[in-house]
Structure formats: structure tokens, C-alpha cells
Design a protein around this ligand. Sequence first.
Ligand code: SF4
Ligand code: SF4
Length: 364
Amino acid sequence: MSLKSKLKLFGAYFFRWFGFSIEPDLRIIGNPNRDSPVLLTCNFNLTVNRVLKEIKDLDCYLLIAPSNGINVWCGACGEDFKTDSVISIIKTSGINELVSHRTLILPQLGAPGLEPIEIKKKTGWSAKFGPVYAKDIPAYVQNNFEKIDISQNEVRFPISKRLEMANLYLFSLFILFTTIYWITSIFLPFLDFFLYLDSILILILVINGSLLILPSFKTKTGKVKVWIYEVVVLILIISFNLFLFYNIVFLIWNIILSILITLVMSEDFHGLTPIYKSELGEKTWKKGKNKMKFLFGEYKLQPYGTINIEREKCIGCKMCIEVCPRNVYCFKARENKADLKYSEKCINCNACVKQCLAHCLTII
Ligand code: SF4
Ligand code: SF4
């Protein structure tokens, strides 16, 4: 990999809200033939890199569709990764000449924005949603393009992902904070190097600590979690200052700084995670707006509320079960209908509403 590509990957890891794209393309993996699988992903370079790593031992084709350098889920929710992106790459990549079948595997998290029926109509390709994570693709392909179990449907937020998310916010806030700190220090001489180092520790303690620990706890709102954690942080700061290193400037500065960071985090802590509904998104949507700004990005909003099913209209197509990343649904075979089983887990991603063939799902 060239130095430029490595730098772009680094940028994508830490500043992904600015979009880091690679050219839409067709990649040939291994030695595929006319019956080999055709997979598709978006053109966010970090995603492409991760998918390529996971499918390196397969013989297949990978279509990289335009999404303005946004990842699959955000792109599909925000209309950057859409049906037209898929149609355009099918038509321009030359894939029609390379294979004799017409089955395309889409990433499951593209479901809020992609329309298989439209793709079929305009290209003749039958699109099907594969697993959520690229690491599950080889097993999915081996299992004849069926998910092995519901774990392949579900979005998880393990420690490794929490750390990645925490570092993402930490790094951007670190640069912002450092700039403001040293400019302000021209006018406030007590802002010295030691206080700067101490401030970075507070940033790590509040941002990394809350994102690593708090998603595991259940409280009514993300705000409550973050403020409970802030109380613990304040106790630590005060204890440290009183018993180990008494310095009134450090004490006051640390208290103010940790409260300020917590204020920002509490605005939409749940929205920083993939397993809870964005509270700021819901509040903004209920005010009648369809876009919201938070930290470094602007996000297009889908409907927020409670997921609702009109069961009498359900035709048992199971698309909702196939695309729900929170496993909210169950299937009742005797009735041949889906039903809501864990509606409290719904994050309002809108995937099921978009994919339901009978239009019997709504978020109200
Ligand atoms: S039930 Fe909720 S989380 Fe599941 S697909 Fe529908 S909107 Fe998304
Ligand atoms: S997607 Fe709609 S029609 Fe299909 S099983 Fe789910 S609720 Fe029923």
C-alpha cells in the first residue's frame, strides 16, 4: 500500500465525518469464474480496506459503489449510498460481461437506503442483503448465501468498537482543544504545559471512560448515564487533588473542563453508539426538522418514534427479520407472519420500513 493510501486510511479512521473516498470500481478477488459471487460495498476507503481483508481468500468480485466516501450505514441513512449508486456501478463496471448469474450481495446496513426491487427493475440483478459485518462474509458465502444465525444480522458494540469510536472523538476534540488552549494561553499565562497535559488526561478520562463503560448500562436516557459518570469523575478529581496533589488552579480547571466535556457528550450520548436510538435525533425530528448537527457532522434524519406493525397486512416475506440490525422481530410460522418481539431495542434505523414488501411497518 502506498504512503498516500496509508495516510488516507489514517484520515478515514480519525476524521471519517469528512468523507474519505476511493474511486468506484470493480475489484477481482482471487480467481473468480462466471459463477462466482458478486459482492458490493460503498466507497469509504476504510470500509473497502476492511472488506478486502475479510474476503481475500474468496474467489469473487467486489463492486465499490459511490457513496461520497461515507460508510454504508451513515451513507444509506443520509442518502449518500443509495439505489442509484448501485445501479450506476452495475452498469459501468462491466460486471454483466464477467458472470452468467445476476445475484448481487449487498451489505445489510445499506437496507435503510437501498431498494432491491428498483435495482432489479433497472438492471435485472436480484439484490439480497448479506451479513452486517465483513468478517461474516466468507461463512455466509459458504453457507449458500444464507446467514448462519441471527448473530450475523445484529449490530454489536464490543470493547474494540467502543475504543475505536472513543478514539475517533478523542482525536478530533484533542486537536480542537489543543488549538484553543494554546491560543488562549497567550492571554492567560497560568495555562502552562503541565496544565495542558493534565487537561488531556481529563479528556481521555471523560471521553474514553464514558464510551468504554457506559453502553453496557441501561438507563432511561443517555444523559443520565453520562452525568452519573461525571459525578464519579468529579469524585476522582477532588480526591486526587485533596489527598495527593493539592493545587487549587488544577482543581478548578479540571472540574470545569470535565463538566464542559460532559455537557457536550450528554447532548446525544446514545447517538454516539450504534445500539441506542439517537435522543437528539428524536428530539429534532419531533420539532419537525429532518436534519441535525452534532459535534463535527450534519445528519439527515429518518422518522423517529415507536415501530408499529399492522399484522393483518403482513405477507410473511421476512424482509424485516433479514434487515433489522437489532433483532427486534420474530417470525410466527403457524400464522406465517412477523411480529415485534423486542421493540424496545429499536433504534429507528428505518431499514425494515423501507424493505417491507407489504408496507405494513411504520414508525409513529
Ligand atoms: S425494527 Fe427498528 S432497528 Fe429494526 S430495522 Fe426496524 S427501525 Fe431498524
Ligand atoms: S417485511 Fe413486512 S410483510 Fe414482510 S414479514 Fe416483515 S412485516 Fe411482514
